[in-house]
Each structure stands twice: as structure tokens, then as C-alpha cells.
Ligand binder design. Structure first.
Ligand SMILES: C[S@@+](CC[C@H](N)C(=O)[O-])C[C@H]1O[C@@H](n2cnc3c(N)ncnc32)[C@H](O)[C@@H]1O
Length: 210
């Protein structure tokens, strides 16, 4: 589920590393402080971890460097191929936020730049599932684009259009970016306590504790 955007990543996979390093001007603000954003997630992780939407494996690499026991889940064939070639002999499999090989004793569930591919209903299903799966003091640590409210979301779309960033504007209209209050509601209803920290103009750290 939530796999309706795979064709975008088929096209983006081979130039994705250029985007995160700021070479694709439309996405420069989205990926501003990219390395620090991934560090903000990785620094909070300990114990057995599942990472969703590994992409080319940039957060996965930081987790490996911390000796974290991590299983990577990625639904896009080309992304998975690239990540696997960068990090052979690691645990990476096809799957998505809702459909993935279930495993026990999971301490952390992490993701960067990916959770907005789920509708808000699917986000709720995901957090209910993660509450069930995580150990008693388990945590979900996501970095993803969020907006303070619908007005901020619309302003970001208008701003992208004014700058001539049509790909970014379409992305902001097409995918399921939600607001802080909606995300807070989704996560607390699933039984977590949650805090948010803004990391750039688009991306927030979402830290949910069981
Ligand atoms: C913008 S990339 C982010 C990649 C990487 N996490 C990073 O921070 O650079 C989004 C990734 O989410 C994946 N994705 C899209 N829909 C997904 C879903 N439903 N479940 C898990 N991953 C998904 C895409 O295939 C892609 O690899």
C-alpha cells in the first residue's frame, strides 16, 4: 500500500544523490541540511531497527556506521538495487510502510523523506501496527516534510510556482503531506507520546515514544 508513486522513483533513482547534495535547484531547500537531518534520526537510535524507504541508502549507511542492527525496507526496485550495491551483505528487502516481513524485539522504526507517501488513513494504520510491533519502550523516529497548517502548505505550493519550480509544486500537490496537528492526532491516537522539531523549511523530526 502507498506504492502509487513508484514510477517517480524509477525516474529519480539514478540522479537522487545529486538532489540530496543540492545539485537539483528545485529541491535545494527541501534537502537543506540533509546530512544533519539524517544524523538527527541516526543519533536517536539504539537497538534493533527497521528503516522504511531506504532509497539509495544514505540513512542506512549512518545506522551501519553506528553498528545498529538494521533491516532496510524499500518498495522501489531501482532504489533497492542501488542501495544493495552500495551495501552488499546487509539486510535489505522489498516492502513498504505497511507490508513488510514482521520481526520481533524491534526497538526503533526510522525513516527519512518517505512517510508522506501514505495517506493520513494509512499513516494511522502504520502507527497502530508499529505500536503493536515495538518493544515496550520502543520509538519511532521519522524526518519528513510537514506543514504547520493548510495555509502554510498552500503557501509552499504558491512559492514553488512563483519560482518556476514546477516539479516541486506538483510534488507538493500530489503527495500526502500532512500538517503538524493531524500528525500529532494520528500518533497520539495510536498510543504514543510525540514531539516535533523543525529541521529546515520543509522537514520536521517526528519523535514518537511508546
Ligand atoms: C525521497 S526518497 C527518500 C530516500 C531516503 N530515505 C533519503 O532520506 O534520502 C523516498 C523513498 O521512499 C520510498 N517510498 C515510496 N513509497 C513508499 C512506501 N509506501 N513505503 C515505503 N517506502 C516508500 C521511495 O521508493 C523512495 O526510495
Amino acid at each position: 500500500m502507498g506504492r502509487e508513486f513508484m514510477h517517480i522513483f524509477d525516474e529519480w533513482a539514478d540522479t537522487y544523490q545529486d538532489a540530496v547534495s543540492g545539485q537539483q535547484i528545485e529541491y535545494r531547500s527541501v534537502f537543506e541540511h540533509y546530512e544533519e537531518i539524517l544524523d538527527a534520526v541516526a543519533d536517536r537510535v539504539s537497538g534493533k531497527t527497521i528503516e522504511f524507504g531506504v532509497g539509495t541508502g544514505n540513512l542506512f549507511e549512518k545506522l551501519l556506521n553506528k553498528q545498529i542492527d538494521v533491516i532496510g525496507i524499500e518498495p522501489n526496485e531501482r532504489m533497492l538495487e542501488i542501495a544493495k550495491s552500495r551495501f552488499p551483505n546487509t539486510k535489505m528487502v522489498d516492502g513498504d510502510f505497511l507490508n513488510f516481513p514482521k520481526t520481533e524485539n524491534v526497538h526503533n522504526i526510522v525513516s527519512s523523506y518517505a512517510f508522506h507517501h501514505l495517506t493520513d488513513d494509512e499513516k494511522s494504520q502504520a502507527f497502530e501496527l508499529y505500536h503493536h510491533l515495538l518493544v515496550d519502550d520502543g520509538e519511532v523516529i521519522f524526518a519528513d516534510t510537514l506543514f504547520k497548517d493548510d495555509t502554510h502548505h498552500q503557501r509552499a505550493i504558491d512559492d514553488a510556482k512563483e519560482k518556476g519550480f514546477s516539479n516541486l509544486a506538483q510534488d507538493l500537490m500530489r503527495e500526502y503531506y500532512t500538517t503538524l496537528p493531524k500528525m500529532e492526532d494520528i500518533i497520539t491516537k495510536a498510543g504514543f507520546q510525540v514531539s516535533f522539531k523543525q529541521l529546515n523549511d520543509f522537514v520536521w523530526l517526528i519523535h514518537a515514544k511508546k
